[in-house]
Structure formats: structure tokens, C-alpha cells
Design a binder for this molecule. Sequence first.
Ligand code: FAD
Length: 383
Amino acid sequence: MEYYKHDVIVIGAGPVGSYTAFLLARKGINVGLFEKNETIGENVNCSGIISKECYDRFSLPERSVIRPVKKIKAYSPSGNYIQYNSEYPLAYIVDRSSFDKEINKRANNSGVTTYLGSKVKYIGNTQKSFCIRVVSKNSEEEFNSRVGIIATGFEFNNLFLNRTKFKDFLFGVQTEVDFENNDNVEVFLGKNIAPGSFSWVIPSVKGYAKIGMLVKSRPVDCLKNFLNSHLISPRVKSWDGVMKCSPVPIKPIQKTYYERTLIVGEAAGQVKATTGGGIYFGLICAEIAAQTVINSFKNNNFTEEYLKVYENKWKKILSTELKAGLILRNIFSKLSDRQIDKLLDLAKRDGIMPIIKNSGFDWHKEIIYYMINHLMPKNIFKS
Ligand SMILES: Cc1cc2nc3c(=O)[nH]c(=O)nc-3n(C[C@H](O)[C@H](O)[C@H](O)COP(=O)(O)OP(=O)(O)OC[C@H]3O[C@@H](n4cnc5c(N)ncnc54)[C@H](O)[C@@H]3O)c2cc1C
């Protein structure tokens, strides 16, 4: 009989990997969690907006919350804006580094062994085991387990026998500045601001704001232009010039299950194409992945055929939502500034706000189809 140091190997101690590991360990499964960085939450690039719905559903760590989000303002290219105010928090702005650490702490407290500074450089799977080769400071070691979960974020590209290559992705570029007093989350639209996408200002710790954007190309130049624009420049008190930039997939990968293997979170492309947000959908999929693995241990069945249920389940919940997001992104990227202006103006006058209020922070399908069916036909495409 094979000896396994761990029943399950999870690769990547981001929120999705640590949460999956936590759910498995809580059920008595022996989990080894491998993280390439020396500390959890090191050098993360994220705005840290997580909906209240997500926070409540997964009992996420309150001590990582910086502030609630109650006001959102979206600016059209001409400077018009639409504002949404809520009495109650719609979402929270969190310190992502602390957030990742807290979730990992929960995993470790439930019995997970986290290996820090342990970069997985090879992943393999056979009918007999899941196997990884890990490089740490002084050594290179091989680990086997019954099942493996890949939660490496975008870095999954090419790691697993070249099976996956993200073709559809954008760049998320962001910086933190000493900013004017502001408690709104602000979104800016326009070809000259964030071509085909949007940029944001998000208040963070007192007096600071995260300013960033999602774009297809030239992320650093686009962000510099935005910071120097009349919209932002007069409001910035000081800036250290440091920017972080990372790719964000906007479409799920072809297949998220293999023999003894599941792929979860950003690594699987379980990300909203509209905003690039991946934490909520990643955690939903983590829950489904953990339940699938728990069942596979009960039935002693780790075959690809058995694990397929994971993909069926997450697609049932998220597929139409993800597709709607992509449709909107494709339409939006083709609109001129004039058309975006018209769209925002129509949205303002044409009753889209009640739909936004009812849809919730994370579920955009209804708003997207409303816009396509109701607002778009109103001469939006005539420039
Ligand atoms: C600028 C920007 C802003 C964003 N803002 C938001 C937001 O406001 N809200 C939101 O929900 N989402 C946001 N996102 C997306 C969000 O950051 C990701 O969806 C989320 O981090 C995905 O979590 P994950 O656990 O799947 O992957 P990750 O958080 O990427 O975690 C993967 C982990 O795996 C480790 N790893 C990678 N390769 C290896 C390896 N070979 N061996 C061992 N370990 C490895 C990494 O070091 C990392 O710790 C933003 C993204 C960007 C770029």
C-alpha cells in the first residue's frame, strides 16, 4: 500500500487554497498546503473589495476589514455620474494581506500543515497518486497524496503539464496614494481613461486610496495617464510611484478536474469578467471542491469521472453569470465615449437603479440582460 504524508495536497495559500484546506481539515482529512512565498499574503495585488453577502456566507475575518462600502459613484467619460447610496454596507474593503493570513490561520488551527517558501515546480497525476516536486531554500523534495488541489492563481499557467494557458486575460494595475478625504468607491469609464474597461478609486486606510484599473494592454502607461489626469491629479497629496501589475483571467479554463486533481479559484478562471473580482466565486468553488473531495474519500474513488461532479456543480451556479459578464465586457469594449455617456445617462433616467439594488453586489446577470434588452436598443449604437 502507498504511503502518503498527506491525504490531500493543496497548492497555493491564497484565500481559495487556504479556505479549501480548512474545509477539508475540519472533516479530519490530513492536508499539506504548499505556498511559494515565505509569508502568507506577501506582495498581494488586490483592491480588497468583498461583498457583505460573501463575508456573511463564509464568516470571513472581521479583523481584516478596513471599512464598509456604502457609496459608489460611477463617472461617464464626460464627467456625468450616477451614484448609489446604501444605508447598509454593500461590501467591505479589506486588508488583503491580513485577510489571507487570517484564513490561513484558520486552516492551520484545524490541522493543516502549511509549507512556506515551498514553490511547486512540477505537478503530475496518475491513477495511483497526485505528485508534486517542491523547491525550498535548501532542498528539492517530492510529495505524493491521494488528491491534489491546484489553487495557484494565475501562475497556474503552464505548471500542470502545459494543460492550461489562459488566452483571455486583462492586466490589473494598481497603486496606493495619499489622497484627499473621500469615502466613496469611485469608478471611471472612458476610452482615454481605461480603454475597454474601467478604473477605480478605493478608499483604504485613513487618508490613503487605492487607484487602479483593468486594461488589455499598456497597463502602466494607462495608470500613469489616469493619475496625471484632471480627474485625479488635483486630489493626490503624494505618491511614491510604486505600482503593482498582475494578469487577471476573465474566462474559465476548459476543464477543472482530472484524475485525482481539481483546479480552483483564479487558477480555474472562476473570476467575474465584469470586474476581475475572484474572491467570492473562488470561495464558492472551494466549498464545492472540498465537498467533492470529502465524498471521494468516503467512496474511495478519485477518478476523473467521479471528480467531474465538481465542475458540473460549480458551472450550474456560476456559468450563466460568467457568460453574461463576458458578453457585457465584449459589448462595452466596443463602445465609444459618446455611447458610454448615453448609456449612463439612460441608466440614470431609465430605472436601472432599482435593478442594481435588487441584484446584489456580486450577481450581475440580471442587470446585464436588462441593459442589453432594454437600454441598448434605444439608439445607443448611433454615435
Ligand atoms: C489589481 C487587482 C485588484 C483586484 N481586486 C479585487 C477585489 O477587489 N475583489 C476581489 O474579489 N478580487 C479582486 N482581485 C482578484 C483577486 O485578487 C483574485 O481573484 C484572488 O486573489 C484569487 O484568489 P486565489 O486564492 O484563487 O489566488 P491567489 O490569491 O493568487 O493565491 C494563489 C497563491 O498561490 C501561490 N502560488 C502560486 N504559484 C505557486 C507555486 N508554483 N507553488 C506554490 N505556491 C504558489 C501564490 O504565491 C499565492 O499565494 C483583484 C486582482 C487585481 C490584479
